[in-house]
Design a protein. Structure first.
Length: 334
């Protein structure tokens, strides 16, 4: 009798959860733009976003890495990013639900000439729609080539979207750089000219998550093994991606320890996980700063005419990671 009651209770909980999830309606549009052939943290962000019912994903863009990147040293990294996106969606049986676009395989040659990629055109098309009123967020976890090209193709998009970018070095009045840091931050280095377009030329509303903030997003390897890997084929896939990185770094005697930076996951935190009322990422903290000028070396300079931007300096990792683990578990129960 006790076993039957427990089984019935579990069934009721599953039904309640399914109903609760189905009651959540999209309240914003998002375009996902990331270098999905690079660091696998982007694939975690992709899975988390597609499992988030409060966002309407209007396109997924596979963008390029910098030449010679250790994750993919080919000259077809945007193409490979698209392949990875399609692999994830197929594994999740969601391949017919989302439109995937390829970005440029190269960076901008200058700060005035757009690259007319499918990804850039998709951003322009969605931003210029007049039949919707929900806010549009373009979320970038890599370089800024596609959003910069979109702006150069159609500057009017600046009034019609918010850009969230994982990238840029520390602002020294907020945080100091990490030990052994490189002055040129990783995502900035993918396309410095595109960063200059966004910071120096555009007036696009910008929420920036610089290096000091995205380095907060540490997932313990023990969590990967106990909360991600057991969750079906997609959990196993994500876990194996991290394992391959660790195996590779071990070969070069670069030991990553017991954590991995899920630096692209704040893109989900700042969109899908906004507060219920007065919608905003209310559990994370930011400073309003004047946008700096980005020089040809990819470093900040004072810009007295720069627009105000949000610079996030503390992220709600508890909410972000617990939500990810729970959604994986719910998805695996379907």
């Amino acid at each position: 009798m006790k076993t039957k009651c427990l089984t019935l209770l579990a069934l009721c909980l599953c039904v309640f959860t399914a109903v609760a999830q189905s009651n959540i309606q999209p309240r914003m549009r998002v375009i996902l733009d990331n270098d999905y052939a690079g660091d696998p943290d982007g694939l975690f962000q992709l899975v988390h976003h597609v499992l988030s019912p409060s966002v309407e994903i209007r396109g997924i863009i596979g963008s390029h890495l910098r030449p010679g990147d250790g994750f993919d040293s080919s000259d077809q990294t945007a193409t490979h990013a698209v392949n990875n996106v399609n692999e994830v969606l197929k594994l999740m049986k969601l391949q017919d639900k989302f439109t995937v676009y390829q970005g440029s395989n190269t960076a901008l040659t200058d700060a005035k000439t757009a690259i007319n990629s499918e990804g850039a055109k998709a951003i322009v098309k969605e931003a210029m729609r007049t039949d919707v009123t929900t806010p549009l967020y373009v979320v970038c976890g890599g370089g800024l080539t596609e959003i910069a090209s979109a702006y150069l193709l159609e500057p009017q998009i600046a009034d019609k979207l918010t850009l969230i970018w994982i990238g840029g070095p520390e602002y020294t009045d907020i945080a100091m750089p990490p030990p052994g840091y490189t002055p040129l931050e990783y995502n900035t280095n993918i396309d410095i000219k595109a960063v200059q377009v966004i910071f120096n030329q555009s007036n696009i509303p910008l929420w920036q998550v610089p290096r000091n903030a995205y380095r907060e997003t540490l997932m313990a390897y023990s969590e990967l093994l106990t909360k991600v890997k057991p969750q079906g084929s997609i959990g196993k896939y994500l876990s194996e991606k991290i394992d391959r990185v660790v195996e590779l770094t071990n070969q070069y005697k670069i030991y990553t320890g017991e954590t991995y930076i899920m630096g692209d996951s704040p893109l989900v935190l700042l969109t899908a996980l906004q507060s219920a009322f007065e919608a905003d990422p209310s559990s994370s903290f930011y400073a309003v700063k004047q946008a700096p000028k980005v020089n040809d070396a990819g470093l900040y300079e004072v810009n007295h005419s720069g627009r105000n931007i949000r610079v996030y300096h503390h992220l709600d990792n508890r909410l972000m990671f617990d939500d990810f683990y729970a959604k994986l578990q719910l998805f695996n129960k379907k």
